[in-house]
Design a protein around this ligand. Structure first.
Ligand code: HAM
Length: 449
């Protein structure tokens, strides 16, 4: 491939500034609601030992069987450590970290949240990418139906902040214990004896490896057969039924509306009991905006002590899409307040200092410090949509003044040079200054990412 034809790899995309404002807005809502509810942020590596995903998510799930991006190393010493894979989701890694750092010693439950890229080698299509972003909430260490409802409540708050909640439908189900599912799967396999021929090839394979997935198969032939097949809820034990009833009761208490969906099983093996997804009102299961559930067996599956947990992950690209459909316009914090134009070596020096001081005061300032004519600099100020221009030519330097131009009004006046900064601040208003004190943010570090 020649240099000029380089493009992003299939299924990936550049996050350009016009889309970044949406991502920043989502991250803000997530951080805000997470902090309110006592979640702490965690960041795990983008790649992990592949067996974490194989054991956690399940060897026969689509995500592991077909979609893992393998990372191999050329260094023989590291090869001995085994293969690595890019993370297809965040939950298994967060649980690995919980075990590795002895978080069971902390007061339980441990509430964590994470935001970051995930990778699945899926066939790219609308809303399905090979690199995509998730925001993720996990409550680890306790099992109680009220925690399931509280987690869903936090997600609800985020979706409501982003003004897309009314476009979505919360789907809820209870898939019981592993034992319940074992009995159900046996019954399902019995039911399909002699009917396999009528299944599409993919589902015929699933019947062998992951029969639960037949329930949410998108194949019409499978759907028809599933209609008369045994139902998972017939196999739920009393405890699971009671647990589910409690979750629904708590959701009612919190004023959260939902749709019970007995066909919802989710595509990862670690779930037990509560599972849920947010579907678009019109497109349904395709392109869910987020999903989650209780995963009590996962930590033990990864070698830890048996530890109950529940979590959720939202897909950020799909969330952005929903926001755009809903006409949500996130605030653009990248506006240019002041453009500084100058001419001549003396003016240039004074402007260097002026630009730096304006920025320190919280004024978004850019300046073309090249040799272009004042006229072309003014055109540039227009293109950047600057609210004000400060203009310093040789004459102004001599007279110790500066020209202040209001770009929208098309009016300008001459003011003493030293009045330039106070005047700009007065015009913009204190409230609109982009000030930042590092001390406010100690301890947050990557959090602002
Ligand atoms: P998931 O349903 O596999 O769950 O993914 C969560 C969300 O990530 C999906 O609803 C979707 O919005 C987004 N997503 C998934 N794959 C893609 C893709 N290829 N392109 C774009 N967006 C995608 C999980 O990942 C679980 N870890 C959720 C969880 C957390 N369960 C417990 N804790």
């Amino acid at each position: 491939m020649s240099q000029s034809t380089f493009r992003t790899p299939k299924g990936t995309h550049d996050l350009l500034p016009e889309d970044h404002v949406y991502m920043t807005y989502i991250k803000k809502a997530v951080r805000h609601r997470a902090r309110q509810a006592g979640y702490k942020r965690i960041e795990t590596p983008i790649f992990e030992h592949r067996s974490i995903f194989e054991r956690g998510i399940g060897e026969h799930t689509d995500i592991v069987e077909k979609e893992l991006f393998m990372v191999s190393s050329k260094h023989s010493a590291e090869q001995e450590e085994g293969d690595f894979a890019l993370r297809p989701e965040l939950t298994a890694s967060i649980c690995r970290s919980y075990i590795e750092h002895g978080m069971q010693q902390l007061p339980q439950p441990v509430e964590l949240y994470a935001i970051g890229p995930c990778f699945r080698h899926d066939r790219p299509q609308k809303g399905r990418y090979r690199q995509f972003y998730q925001y993720d909430f996990e409550i680890i260490g306790l099992r109680d139906a009220s925690l399931d409802a509280q987690l869903i409540h936090v997600v609800h708050k985020v979706l409501s902040d982003l003004q897309i909640l009314d476009r979505l439908r919360l789907q809820v189900n209870n898939i019981g214990t592993a034992e319940n599912r074992g009995q159900f799967v046996a019954a399902l396999k019995d039911y399909f004896i002699g009917k396999e021929r009528n299944l599409p090839e993919l589902d015929r394979k699933r019947l062998e490896t992951n029969p639960l997935r037949l329930l949410d198969s998108k194949e019409e032939d499978t759907q028809i057969l599933i209609k008369s097949a045994p139902k998972l809820d017939q196999f739920l034990d009393d405890e699971s039924k009671e647990y589910h009833a409690n979750v629904l009761e708590y959701l009612d208490t919190l004023g959260i509306s939902y749709q019970e969906n007995p066909g919802l099983v989710r595509g990862l093996d670690y779930y037990t009991q509560t599972v849920f997804e947010y579907w678009d009102e019109t497109t349904g299961a395709q392109n869910a905006v987020g999903g989650g559930g209780r995963y009590d067996p996962l930590i033990a599956m990864l070698g830890g002590k048996e530890t109950p947990a529940i979590g959720f992950a939202g897909g950020m690209e799909r969330t952005v899409w929903q926001m755009k459909q809903a006409g949500v316009q996130p605030p653009d914090k990248d506006q240019v307040d002041v453009f500084v134009a100058q001419l001549g070596p003396e003016a240039k020096k004074k402007c260097l200092a002026l630009i730096s001081e304006l920025r320190d005061k919280g004024v978004h300032t850019i300046g073309a410090l090249g040799e272009a004519s004042l006229k072309s600099q003014m055109r540039l100020a227009d293109k950047f949509a600057a609210r004000f221009t400060l203009l310093l030519g040789q004459v102004e330097v001599k007279e110790d003044v500066i020209i202040l131009r209001d770009m929208a009004a098309g009016k300008q006046k001459q003011i003493p040079f030293k009045k330039a900064i106070p005047e700009i601040i007065k015009l913009l208003g204190d409230r609109n200054l982009d000030t930042y004190t590092i001390n406010d943010h100690i301890g947050e570090g990557v959090d602002e990412d």
